[in-house]
Design a protein around this ligand. Structure first.
Ligand SMILES: Nc1ncnc2c1ncn2[C@@H]1O[C@H](COP(=O)(O)OP(=O)(O)OP(=O)(O)O)[C@@H](O)[C@H]1O
Ligand SMILES: [Mg+2]
Length: 254
């Protein structure tokens, strides 16, 4: 049985994509069979893993709207054991088009049902919104991982996210559970980062990952080379953090 994990936070730029890509890349390199599903019309995970829009003719859009066999939209990446269902620009339209579909919240869940046995983990990279794409991700998932930036206002909006998760738990997906909250872009030199860390831990007792991802410019550079941090700067602090996070995730999912 594959474990399906949504990386989500409707706040933009908190490290969802960076986390999804590097978790996926690390575990794939460890020999786990991984599928990354790019739910974000921006397609940052898709391009960040070196998948070119010109090389794909099927995307998540075709799965959600045209109901093609999901296997037709699975592509290999340059990494062994790491497959992707890519995003496409038209995915932005799916958010609106889905509204009139029957069982619109269950489209992704139904699609992943038929392929999840092929993978050890399926990671979903969410867009920065709580719309139907994110709701499809939450409905299809066993677990949620919430990245939170170590910045002022870090907790803003999390109440709304947790409320949405609760609503989905009662109506669409009773098994969904919070895997953990991940502190990202942490700068240990600042008092602010430490204060935010304390505040997040107070709000989510026992649910904050021990691993804290530091602010690390290499993490921001890697995707522009179509690489994970392990292919770009594998001995650096960013790689070390995502290696430790991947181990924590794997242990928590056993
Ligand atoms: N730990 C880090 N240190 C430095 N830069 C980072 C770190 N994590 C992410 N970044 C950079 O910050 C920006 C936002 O990160 P990312 O794209 O992962 O966030 P996101 O939550 O997926 O954003 P969006 O909401 O737009 O999808 C990117 O330019 C990324 O490269
Ligand atoms: Mg993103």
């Amino acid at each position: 049985m594959g474990k399906i994990i949504t990386i989500t936070n409707q706040k933009g730029g908190v490290g969802k994509t960076t986390t999804t890509m590097n978790l996926s890349a690390y575990l794939a390199n460890e020999g786990k069979k991984i599928l990354l599903v790019d739910l974000d019309p921006q397609g940052n995970s898709t391009s960040g893993l070196g998948v070119k829009r010109s090389d794909i003719n099927r995307s998540l859009y075709d799965i959600l709207i045209n109901e093609i066999n999901p296997r037709e939209a699975i592509y290999k990446t340059r990494y062994a054991n790491l497959d992707i269902i890519p995003s496409a620009v038209v995915l932005a339209a799916a958010e609106v088009e889905l509204v009139s579909h029957l069982a619109r919240e269950h489209k992704l869940k139904n699609a992943l049902n038929s392929i999840s046995q092929d993978y050890d983990y399926i990671f979903l990279d969410s867009p920065p919104s709580l719309g139907l794409l994110t709701v499809n991700g939450l409905t299809a998932s066993d677990k949620i991982l919430i990245p939170v930036q170590a910045e002022y206002f870090a907790l803003e909006g999390l109440g709304q996210l947790l409320h949405t998760v609760q609503r989905i738990k009662t109506s669409l997906n009773p098994k969904i559970d919070l895997l953990g909250v991940l502190i990202t872009m942490y700068d240990k030199r600042t008092i602010l980062s430490r204060q935010v860390e304390q505040e997040i831990k107070r709000h989510f007792p026992g649910k904050v990952f021990e691993t804290i991802v530091p602010r690390n410019v290499r993490l921001a550079e890697a995707p522009s080379f179509g690489k994970s941090i392990f292919g770009y700067d594998k001995l650096g602090k960013g790689a070390n953090a995502y290696k430790n996070l991947a181990k924590e995730v794997h242990i928590k999912c056993q």
